[in-house]
Design a protein. Structure first.
Lengths: 272, 104
């Protein structure tokens, strides 16, 4: 009996260690149709599924031109993962979503982690959110003309950035409500950067031929999607989990790159 | 930057002005908890709020839930359109209950 209890305790401790080692993650890899190759775009894409199976499903998603999602139960993980195949133009993004058993407890007013990650996958599926490789990010961040370029390191400089962006948006003919929505989205991205992205970064507003683009970039450790669950510091605050939803609901397209050298969001509002 | 002023009474009113963002937790909570001491209820007036985001909203939601658990209900009033819009986006009524907005 005692040995049985010990075994259960050891299993519970092993499960807790598993969460600590593998926080909830989004990993993305890209299947290139022409070369039949896979390359990691976000994270180290090693989810325990044979590469040939990934290739086969990606090729099928491309052939059918349909978003495909699977729930995957792996023997060495204690929770199921979601695997999404999102066909694009000549390639297929493969998203691995892992929540590692975390579930919102009763009475928690924040958004569920699985809801956040599902929103993200759905946004990629409907082409609202584009996952960018390092090369694509470099190209996209240099397009157009910089109108505002500010370092943001605390709440005061974020407030200044909101004011500066609002002024330029007004000069570019945006209505009051359009400005409010755009500034809100920039603030959500920059707040996330301050709370979880290494404490600071930059907000740049650029004018392209057909759109206004805010680039919010940090040099933090990359998104891990668990920082909304626990405050990043003892005196910090957990996120409510709605920032990304606000951004996706209020903008035309969004670009995301995240990795060990930082996270960048491109927030686009079409002007034509 | 958030500024607060409080009018005393059995149901004191905390007037907010400025911005409710990630930096407002200490100011908002200190003012509301001070007002709640010995009070039957607390009114939070948003008329002077120029900006709110999900961080500020989360801090207000947490405040409502914490004060209610101490037996002091919070009501919100005079919501400017930007605040109302963000509260609607984040379904704040569902999180804190319609009664918080009974007087708005």
């Amino acid at each position: 009996m005692s040995a049985g209890r010990d075994m259960l305790r050891r299993e519970a401790e092993a499960a807790a260690d598993e969460v600590a080692r593998h926080p909830a993650t989004l990993q993305v890899c890209r299947y290139i149709a022409r070369s039949r190759t896979l390359r990691s775009v976000i994270g180290d894409f090693d989810i325990g599924i044979p590469v040939e199976d990934l290739r086969r499903h990606a090729a099928e998603a491309l052939r059918r031109n349909e978003f495909m999602a699977y729930t995957v139960s792996l023997p060495d993980h204690f929770d199921t993962d979601e695997l999404c195949f999102v066909p694009q133009d000549g390639w297929c993004d493969i998203l691995s979503i892992r929540t590692n058993g975390w579930h919102r407890h009763h009475g928690d007013h924040r958004r569920g982690l699985n809801e956040i990650l599902s929103d993200l996958a759905a946004a990629v599926a409907c082409a609202k959110l584009r996952i960018l490789s390092v090369e694509e990010l470099a190209i996209e961040c240099s397009r157009g003309l910089a109108l505002v370029d500010l370092a943001v390191g605390d709440a005061a400089t974020l407030s200044q950035a909101r004011g500066a962006v609002d002024t330029v948006l007004r000069e570019n003919g945006l209505t009051k409500s359009a400005r409010a929505a755009f500034v809100l989205c920039i603030s959500e991205a920059a707040s996330n950067m301050l709370l979880h992205g290494g404490g600071g970064g930059s907000v740049t507003l650029r004018r392209l031929e057909d759109r206004l683009r805010a680039v919010v970039a940090d040099r933090g450790p990359g998104l891990n999607f668990m920082n909304w669950m626990e405050p990043p510091a003892a005196d910090g605050q957990a996120s409510m989990g709605y920032g990304l939803k606000i951004i996706l609901d209020n903008l035309d397209t969004v670009g995301l790159h995240t990795g060990e050298s930082g996270t960048t969001l491109l927030l686009d509002r079409m002007t034509t | 930057m958030l500024q607060t002023t409080t009018s005393p009474g059995p149901a004191p009113t905390v007037y907010l002005s400025g911005e409710l963002d990630l930096d407002c937790a200490d100011g908002l909570r200190a003012a509301a908890f001070a007002a709640a001491r010995g009070a039957q209820a607390v009114v939070v007036d948003f008329a002077g709020v120029q900006f709110i985001d999900s961080s500020g909203t989360g801090i207000f939601v947490r405040l409502c839930l914490d004060l209610r658990s101490q037996g002091v209900p919070v009501t919100a009033r005079s919501l400017p359109p930007q605040v109302r819009g963000v509260f609607d986006m984040l379904r704040v009524r569902e999180l804190v209950g319609d009664e918080v907005f009974a007087g708005s």
